[in-house]
Design a protein around this ligand. Structure first.
Ligand code: PHE
Length: 463
């Protein structure tokens, strides 16, 4: 049998995993969640969730992957618990669902890069029309899926790792340029103040579960993306420090995205940041106006740079989303990698068509469901997000920790972590991971998951 791929070194793995983590979640979603969730009050909660709750889940996923060297479905079988492979199957399903809508938004971002390169600043005001022009956004989405599939078809070290090693450092560089530039704009300080001064009175249950959902989504947890990447990591890798670096990169980039975004918004609104409503259109509707007022040349450069950055961030994430079902097809169904990649990519692209149509083109998909107690209907794109990311990821995380602590058992998890990090035994980190995986994560994830379901789909209000 052909050998499975492998990351060539630690930097390759971290670049790929951080690439998976850093994505639309950090740059597109994070700032508007912050705007809706009490500024820094949301940021603080997000950081706590990342480091206290999500970090142990990440360590567990990587350890399961590295131990078994298998895709998320095969991993549970390889550990001797085939009945638990439904967690992996749920992960594959989540991957398909998430990628189907994620690719649509990534296509918007890539299209904006093209439009701003040509100096089309009106695109922000015409966002509604833009996303309804199916031929156009459909083509941008298709290009994005083709790029994703191309990279994944080249395998682990020759495709995923190579692309991440180029894209991630470039992304950080572009981000720093944009952060520094945005700080020099008039009113920048008011934006930063809004971003960094917590308004705790804004916090309610929705904000708490959004912060948790955001942390899970942003760190690519709960669907086996990190089981899959972990399965390509060598045994002498230190899982704890790798997971720490991945978490720090992800939270760091989200934080920087806010530092870049709020000065832009403050500049555009002359300091009245709170007048801008956060929503999925946040950066697509608001930012082009800000770029335009920087002047035709600078505006074009900064605008194009921004959307190129967003596209790069999205690409390293779509790669990991595609790799999960592909790894499953290759490892379990014994399909040739190239066939698996192109077939699954086409399938997911088609799954995304209703999402593409759900912004006005098709009334059916635009007003897809109205949840109990909701005032407005939810469109298909958001609905898939609510199921794929907000529901399946925390549920997956909950089940993975239960599995690791009570089925596979803690000593096996510890043993795997110690391989590559002998100092783990008896350390404080070990005690913490022990406590978190056995008690903290299952309890908090389980409770918030249930409350979220009741709140989102059944309109039950908590506080
Ligand atoms: N973490 C990615 C982002 O923030 C999204 C993602 C979720 C990628 C789950 C892979 C798996 O955009």
């Amino acid at each position: 049998m052909k050998a499975r791929g492998r990351f060539t070194n630690r930097f390759g793995f971290i670049a790929a995993a951080a690439g998976s983590a850093v994505g639309l979640g950090n740059i597109w979603k994070f700032p508007f969640e912050v705007a809706n969730g009490g500024g820094a009050a949301f940021v603080i909660m997000y950081l706590i969730f990342c480091f206290i709750l999500c970090f142990p889940v990440m360590v567990t996923e990587i350890a399961i992957g590295r131990k078994t060297e298998k895709d998320p479905v095969g991993a549970f079988k390889a550990l001797g618990f085939p009945r638990w492979n439904f967690i992996g199957k749920m992960g594959v399903l989540a991957g398909l669902l998430i990628l189907s809508f994620y690719n649509v938004v990534a296509g918007w971002a890539f299209g904006y890069f093209v439009q701003l390169t040509f100096g089309n600043f009106d695109i922000g005001d015409n966002f509604g029309e833009y996303i309804n022009n199916i031929g156009r956004v459909g083509s941008y989405g298709a290009v994005f899926m083709l790029a994703t599939a191309y990279v994944v078809s080249k395998g682990i070290s020759g495709g995923i790792e190579k692309a991440s090693k180029i894209l991630m450092p470039t992304l950080v560089g572009m981000m720093l340029i944009l952060v520094i530039y945005s700080m020099t704009l008039p009113h920048a300080f008011e934006g930063i103040k809004y971003y960094l001064i917590p308004q705790f009175q804004e916090i309610n249950f929705k904000v708490v579960y959004n912060a948790l959902g955001q942390a899970f989504f942003s760190l690519s947890l709960g669907m086996g993306a990190l089981i899959t990447y972990g399965s390509y990591v060598s045994k002498n890798n230190n899982i704890i420090s790798s997971a720490a670096l991945i978490t720090i990169s992800d939270a760091g980039i989200a934080f920087l995205a806010g530092l870049m975004m709020f000065p832009f918004v403050a500049y555009l609104t002359q300091g009245a940041v709170h007048t801008v409503e956060g929503g999925p259109g946040f950066i697509f509707q608001v930012l082009p106006g800000a770029f335009e007022s920087m002047g035709p040349m600078i505006g074009r450069i900064i605008g194009a740079l921004f959307f190129l950055l967003l596209s790069f961030a999205a690409l390293t994430s779509t790669i990991s989303l595609l790799e999960v079902p592909v790894a499953y097809a290759v490892d379990e169904l014994k399909v040739n990698r190239t066939y698996a990649v192109w077939f699954i990519a086409l399938f997911i692209f088609l799954m995304g068509v209703p999402s593409l149509l759900s912004n006005g083109d098709s009334q059916f998909f635009t007003n897809f469901v109205t949840y109990i107690g909701a005032e407005k209907p939810t469109n298909f794109l958001d609905f898939v997000g609510h199921i794929g990311s907000d529901t399946l990821l925390p549920l997956g995380g909950f089940l993975i920790t239960i599995f690791a602590a009570y089925v596979w058992k803690k000593n096996n998890l510890n043993e795997e972590i110690e391989t590559g990090y002998p100092g783990f035994k008896g350390s404080f980190v070990e005690k913490y991971i022990d406590f978190a995986v056995s008690y903290l994560c299952p309890t908090v994830l389980g409770v918030i998951f249930l409350l979220t379901l009741l709140n989102r789909f059944f309109g039950v209000e908590f506080f």
